[in-house]
Structure formats: structure tokens, C-alpha cells
Ligand binder design. Sequence first.
Ligand SMILES: C[S@@+](CC[C@H](N)C(=O)[O-])C[C@H]1O[C@@H](n2cnc3c(N)ncnc32)[C@H](O)[C@@H]1O
Length: 221
Amino acid sequence: MAQDDLMLMGEFFDHVSEDYDVVHMSHVDRGEEFYQALSLPVAATQLPVKVLDIGCGSGLELEAFFAKASNAHIHCIDLSARLMAKLLSKYADYAVTAHLGSYLTYEYPRNHYNYVLASSTLHHLLDAEKSKLFLALREALIPGGRLIVGDYYLSPAAAAKKLAEYDELVASGIDLSNGKYHFDVPTSAVHEMELLTEAGFTPVRTVWESSNYAVIVADKR
Ligand SMILES: C[S@@+](CC[C@H](N)C(=O)[O-])C[C@H]1O[C@@H](n2cnc3c(N)ncnc32)[C@H](O)[C@@H]1O
């Protein structure tokens, strides 16, 4: 693969925005169930809980969330203006705010959110990049708050192979750091849990999994 074959992250998701929901769902084993499972760890409430959705895309994860917490205030961050526009139109009747930009450089408020959602977005990042982000997200949660990560995971051997491909591209002079380009470098669910534990979340557990996706819940005590 050469640099010309790669697209910048936001541009890629703008480019695929029209068919995104259908195409993305076709890549997720038991996709409908996955998007329900992301809200399994959410307590049903009428309170205006504060929620951050990083890499929100078109908001596939929000329908089940609002079914449990219809008065939630959700702040959405994404690089794709087109997917964000879809989300804002779909959830126009709910309390949703949007930030077009990177969740890696966003200035998070401290001790603010009841929930942080990260659905299908962290598999573009390396361990060190995720670890830094997990520390920032932990700071952004209130004590008792909860990070819900749902993502695409591989076996440790398949993840190592993908990482070798990533390293080869970097060695050829392409800067893939911080998910600059759309290139998947998924880890294993077990390793993701280790990174979350190292970032100070406890307990960390998997609440749902299929052949290629899992939902991990990580609490801030
Ligand atoms: C596969 S989509 C997932 C969208 C949605 N959460 C879902 O589950 O359908 C990944 C999304 O993450 C966004 N994204 C990737 N890296 C990002 C970053 N550093 N900052 C903000 N958004 C990012 C992309 O623009 C894209 O919309």
C-alpha cells in the first residue's frame, strides 16, 4: 500500500457517509445486537446525565442510549462533517451538541461526564496513543462514571500481523500516527482491557462479544 491509497481520517468518513450505516453494519458480526449491547451498562434514568461520544459518526450507538436515558445531554466529537450532519438531523429532538475535530486534542472538562462512549473508533490507534487518551477520558468522567468501549478486535496473532503491516508503512515513510489516515490497527479485546486497567479504570470487563466485535465497560471509582 502507498500513501496515495490512504485517505485522511475525516475525508474517508465524509467520502463513505452516504452508505455508511448499511456498509458499516455489514462488517459487524451481530451488528444490531452490538449497538444494543453498548447500552447494556447504562442505568435507565430520566435524569439529564452528561455523556461524551467520541468518534460518534452518524450516531448508530445513540438510539439505544436515548431509549434508556431520553433526557441525556450528549456531546459528540468527530472529524467527519458529513456523518456529524447525519447525526444532528437524526437526533434533532434530543439534547445533542457537536464538536468537529479530533478527540485526541480536545480539551476535556474534568470530573464532568457520567458516561463516555467510544464505538468502533479506537481501532485506528496504537497502544501508546490509546493509553494517553484513556487517562484523559478517566479524568473527564465523574467518580462512579463509566467508559463504554465497543470495537472491532482480533486474536493476538492477527493483531500482531496487522501491526507489522502498520510498521511497514511507517518504515516506508508514511506518517500513520494518531489515526491520521484511515488504516485499521485493531488489538485484541484482552489487550484493550489491559490498557484500560493500566489507565486506572476498575473494574474492567467484557459485557458482550461476537466473532469480531466486543463491548468493554471500564469504571472510574
Ligand atoms: C467506524 S466510525 C464509527 C462511528 C460510530 N461511532 C459508529 O459506531 O457507527 C469511526 C468514526 O471515528 C471518527 N474518528 C476517527 N478518529 C477520530 C479522531 N481522532 N477524532 C474524532 N473522530 C475520529 C471517524 O471520523 C468516524 O466517524
